[in-house]
Design a protein around this ligand. Structure first.
Ligand SMILES: *Cc1c(COP(=O)(O)O)cnc(C)c1O
Length: 399
């Protein structure tokens, strides 16, 4: 086996450099802990960016994957398969949507959602000048369609021209959406809680207002639940807390608990907009990944994960709130359930790196100055306490 240093050097030599990685090589995981190639243990409050909801190395989940590996990995979408039906049933029940399409990633789920919006509008008047309203400071992914609705100049600038007809409004500012809405608007797309942008939950007034504007203009409301969905807020999907139902929604990240799968789901009139031939994928929804998603959804229900998130999320909130009263460099505390952020008056990256290397606490940033907590959903109060001791050590040093 190579040394940690050798792996890092090899990776830099071989792998296209689009990331500045932290100098850690993880080897395996167990529950809410990660272990590096030197055997050092890390408490994980990042979950591979909100992916590992059930934590690492869950016995029942792993067994389900193993038995599917022994049966069938892939057949293509030219045929039917059993796990896709099971995953489909469970996700439609959990989301109260009418139709699902399984993708390989979050960004592809967004592509599908945008295509539904375009198709829905095209079906009505066969014209090509429809507009989509997206939000500033949003994040929807890196493929060109998803990038086009990602309100971040830094990500967009080098890749222009992007897809036409996208207008940007201000999140949680209903008037800014109203000002852009017209009879060409075919959809409004937004995260129910902005994740990468710095953990900003939508206000109820905003979400309800946008829903109403969409209804008035026969535009589709697309809610991106890729990061905030799958139980993370204390309801299965964050929109369920607001009682505002989207026409189209996206899921990914925790849906496969580490197995790459995403989904776009549609309801009502949006569920019949596309026809055979309009969209496709070779891998998407194959038996392996849908067996993973079906097991995740089954275990969420069986173990009442959502109730657990509510309880431990409230505890994280109280404890983190106490910390934010104590340290002046913490300027705001936002989020709900197990998606929370601490905004700092200083850049977050040095604190995150210090926590990782010196406290062996895995936390990540969101935007330039927000510390983000998106831990495995199975964390206990004891894990929260252990995290806070580590975090406080770091905060003291940087205050
Ligand atoms: C991560 C994320 C995406 C993109 O998902 P990928 O699987 O990385 O393509 C899209 N939207 C939101 C809100 C995300 O957090």
């Amino acid at each position: 086996m190579r040394s940690k240093q050798e792996y890092m050097e090899k990776a830099e030599e071989l792998i296209y450099k689009t990331y500045n990685r932290f100098p850690v090589v993880f080897d395996h995981g167990d529950g809410v802990f990660l272990y590096d190639t030197d055997g050092k243990e890390y408490l994980d409050f990042a979950a591979g960016i909100a992916v590992m909801g059930l934590g690492y190395h869950d016995k029942e989940f792993d067994d389900a994957l193993k038995s599917q590996v022994e049966k069938l990995l892939h057949t293509s979408n030219l045929f039917y398969n059993v796990p896709a039906v099971e995953a489909g049933e469970l996700i439609l029940k959990a989301s109260d949507m009418d139709k699902v399409f399984f993708t390989n990633s979050g960004t592809e789920a967004i592509e599908g959602a945008l295509k539904i919006a375009r198709r829905y509008a095209y079906n009505k008047d066969k014209s090509h000048d429809h507009e989509i309203i997206a939000m500033n400071h949003s994040f929807h992914g890196r493929s060109l369609g998803a990038l086009s609705v990602t309100g971040n100049d830094h990500y967009q600038e080098p890749f222009k021209p992007l897809i036409p007809g996208i207008r940007f409004a201000e999140y949680n500012d209903l008037d800014s959406v109203k000002a852009l809405m017209n009879d060409r608007t075919c959809a409004v797309i937004m995260e129910t809680i902005q994740g990468e942008g710095g953990i900003y939950p939508a206000t109820e007034e905003f979400l309800k207002g946008v829903r109403k504007l969409c209804d008035e203009h026969d535009a589709l409301l697309i809610l991106d639940e890729i990061q905030c969905g799958m139980g993370r807020t204390g309801t299965m999907f964050a929109w369920q807390k607001y009682g505002v139902k989207p026409d189209v929604m996206t899921a990914a990240k925790a849906l496969g608990n580490g197995v790459p799968i995403g989904a776009f789901l549609a309801h009502g009139k949006a569920a019949t907009a596309m026809s055979p031939g309009d969209h496709g994928t070779t891998y998407g929804g194959n038996p392996f990944v849908t067996a993973a998603a079906a097991k995740v959804l089954e275990l969420f229900e069986k173990r009442k994960i959502v109730d657990h998130v509510k309880e431990v999320g409230d505890y994280l909130w109280e404890q983190t709130e106490a910390l934010s009263q104590k340290y002046k460099i913490i300027t705001a505390h936002r989020g709900l359930g197990l998606i929370q952020g601490l905004e700092l008056s200083v850049p977050a990256a040095p604190l995150v790196k210090d926590a990782l290397l010196n406290e062996r606490l895995v936390i990540i940033s969101a935007g330039a100055n927000v510390i983000r907590f998106v831990p495995p959903l199975i964390i206990s109060r004891e894990h929260v306490d252990a995290m806070l001791i580590k975090l406080e050590t770091v905060l003291k040093k940087h205050s």
